[in-house]
Design a protein around this ligand. Structure first.
Ligand code: ZN
Length: 265
């Protein structure tokens, strides 16, 4: 099978963490998705705006990609002797799209809205985002909650991570905005889903973005050439979770001085 590897430096299509935060208010170990270990509860939301709607087959395809991304994360965790499972999940919008008047298209600017999780939970009948946190705690054995918003159409996906200085009600439940296709119309690979999920647990981009310098990318290319935080591939098995990212998401505690340099500011 032919595989295609795309360097983000040139295409910038993987998506970025759209939050400007200081190191003091790190997203590491914060929010509903604080460490990528144990049992994870995934809430999937299918949304559309007035332009278009999802078909059932398109939704099933996105769920299959999510599943591939999660299976890959479990395999990677095993390399670090970390127990991880995605055994609990919920969905809104599978039978009928959650329809919003307007859905922003991510453009990798860092100025995207980051309150979609709370907005859509209210639209789905929640009085408070903490009701979801309580429900998961009371009804499942899951330790962490991640929300995956699948938006019909094109856009650059991004992660909405929580830091301790942010509004708990609006942002504590962490999620990622993922569009059906990239802005150029190409299909979204499972690796892109895994990349955005990793941001929720504290991973930083390792390619040049509005938050990361070219110098950091250069070092990352030397040290971690196959990192999923550096590049995307249509064959997820060409990629890996590098040692720095593994540290950032709580998979080991052997800190190296270079980690402080590589972390997004
Ligand atoms: Zn990213």
């Amino acid at each position: 099978m032919q595989t295609k590897t795309i360097w983000l430096r040139f295409f910038l299509i993987l998506g970025i963490t759209a939050l400007a935060i200081s190191a003091k208010h790190s997203t590491k170990n914060a929010g509903s998705a604080s460490e990528l270990k144990g049992k994870i509860y995934s809430l999937v939301l299918f949304i559309t705006d007035q332009q278009d709607s999802w078909t059932k087959d398109e939704k099933l395809l996105m769920l299959e990609k999510q599943n591939q991304a999660q299976e890959w994360l479990v395999e990677q965790a095993r390399r670090y002797n970390v127990d991880l499972s995605f055994e609990c999940s919920g969905q809104f919008g599978f039978e009928e799209d959650i329809s919003l008047d307007f859905v922003e298209r991510g453009t990798a600017s860092g100025r995207e809205s980051v309150d979609w999780v709370s907005k859509i939970l209210y639209k789905s009948g929640y009085q408070s985002t903490q009701d979801l946190v309580k429900w998961v705690k009371d009804n499942t054995e899951c330790d962490q909650i991640q929300v995956i918003i699948f938006t019909k159409g094109k856009g650059n996906g991004y992660a909405m991570a929580y830091a301790n200085n942010m509004s708990r009600e609006k942002y504590f439940v962490e999620g990622t905005m993922l569009y059906e296709k990239y802005n150029n119309g190409s299909d979204k690979p499972p690796a892109s889903i895994a990349h955005e999920l990793l941001h929720l647990y504290g991973a930083s981009d390792l390619y040049k973005t509005f938050r990361q310098s070219a110098e950091k990318e250069k070092i990352a290319r030397q040290k971690y050439p196959n990192s999923i935080m550096l590049k995307v591939s249509y064959d997820i098995n060409e990629l890996e979770i590098d040692n720095f990212t593994a540290w950032a998401i709580g998979w080991h505690t052997e800190h190296e001085p270079i980690f402080d340099f590589l972390a997004a500011e």
